[in-house]
Structures are given as C-alpha cells and as structure tokens.
Design a protein around this ligand. Sequence first.
Ligand SMILES: [Zn+2]
Length: 201
Amino acid sequence: MDNVRKRKTLDPCSRCFLHKERCICSQIPRLDLKTKLSLIIHHRELKRTTNTGRLAVEALVNSEMHIRGKENEALDLSPILSNEYETYVLYPADDAVDLENLKPFKPVQLIVSDGNWRQAGKLHRRQSELKDIPRIKISQKNLSTENLRREHFMEGFSTLEAIAIAIGHFEGEAVKGQLMALYQAKLQATLAGRGLKPSIS
Ligand SMILES: [Zn+2]
C-alpha cells in the first residue's frame, strides 16, 4: 500500500534539507571569494527545511555560521569584527546605504541575520557590538510569485537570493547567477516535493 504523501520532509538530506530523492547537493557550487559571509541564525531556524541561508554558507568557502538563541549561551560577535574587512549588516533600515552606491576599499564582510524581517530587525538591539556597523539594503524588488515561504527576508527575496544580489554586487554577475541558480534548484525541488509542480531540473 502506498503511503499518503505528507508535507513534513521525512529523513531529509542533512545538507540541503530536501528529501534524499530530490537532494540538490551536487548542484551546490563551491565559491571561494574575497567577500565574506557571516550568517547569524537562530537555532530553531536551523531545523526549518525552507531555510535558505545555510545553503549560502555551504556554497561560500569564505563564510561562517553563528547560532543564536541557545539557552545560557550569549552570542558575542565582536571576534568577527576585524580590520581585515569592511563590515556591513544587510538590513533595510531607513538609514541603510543602498547597495548600488557602495564602493568599498577593502574586501567586504556581509553580516546577515537569517529568518524573517522581524527577527533581522532586532539584530542591532540584540547584538550591541553591531550597533555602529553600517547597514546596507537592496532596493530592487522580487516580482516572482513563487516562494518557499510567506515571510520574506528582504523586498520579497529569500535570504539566499538577497545574499546572491549583495555578494554579486561585489563579486560579479557570474557569482550572483550561481547563487541564484542554487536558490532555484532548492525552490523547484521543494515545490516538486509538495506535489505542486514537476521539477524543472
Ligand atoms: Zn542534499
């Protein structure tokens, strides 16, 4: 007897979180860049199969993941604020600099708080060591109607897409394209898993 399809992904791949039959790990690029990604992620977000920020960490050699929200374990980000990088937080505050206008002198470290808007907005208050770190935003809007989840990271984009746009600004269109392709692979495989449409890959 066939099992009834369930929404919850059973036994997902530990790297891409997709059902092992739809694993996209072979499509994760290995990008060794000057630009560094530091992803701040809540421990509960780590368990969400629709999370895309972690895929960026998997693809980018020069990246770190910092887990927050664990009981009795305060996260101190001051060690990552070195002079080696010009550091920016990707967050659309009113005083955030438009990414398009940014011309850095040094390699850039991009700090991204994964999750939804509400969580990302609290980052400066939660992590006082970041209060003087300038914020940057992307101004383009996502017009696509296909999404992994309802709550978006920025301007309708998922975390991975926003990272692709920001890192693409510093590293070029080819890098942006590879990260966007990874997001599309994740999206299409996830939709296929939900039985919504066939995989295009
Ligand atoms: Zn996988």
